[in-house]
Design a protein. Structure first.
Length: 80
């Protein structure tokens, strides 16, 4: 399973990823993303926390406009 950082505003996505067995941490600043396999952001401001500077672009999942199930699928696709 992956270690995934999720913005606190995305609590429903955080819970879904925990249920999938992933280790999930809150992304409160750019340092929180350093040891994560993925970062899930709300997309309101893609680089507000500086996450795009820390995590490779392929590892950032923008959840804006996506359902919880769609985000779950994006995570699974990237793990394959």
């Amino acid at each position: 399973m992956a270690r995934i950082g999720v913005e606190p505003i995305l609590s429903n996505i955080k819970e879904a990823l925990i249920q999938m067995g992933h280790e999930v941490i809150d992304l409160n600043n750019e340092n929180d993303a350093k040891n994560c396999d993925f970062a899930v952001i709300s997309g309101v401001d893609e680089n507000m926390l500086g996450i795009a500077n820390i995590v490779t672009p392929g590892s950032v999942i923008n959840a804006q406009g996506a359902s919880t199930e769609e985000v779950r699928q994006m995570v699974e696709e990237r793990l394959q």
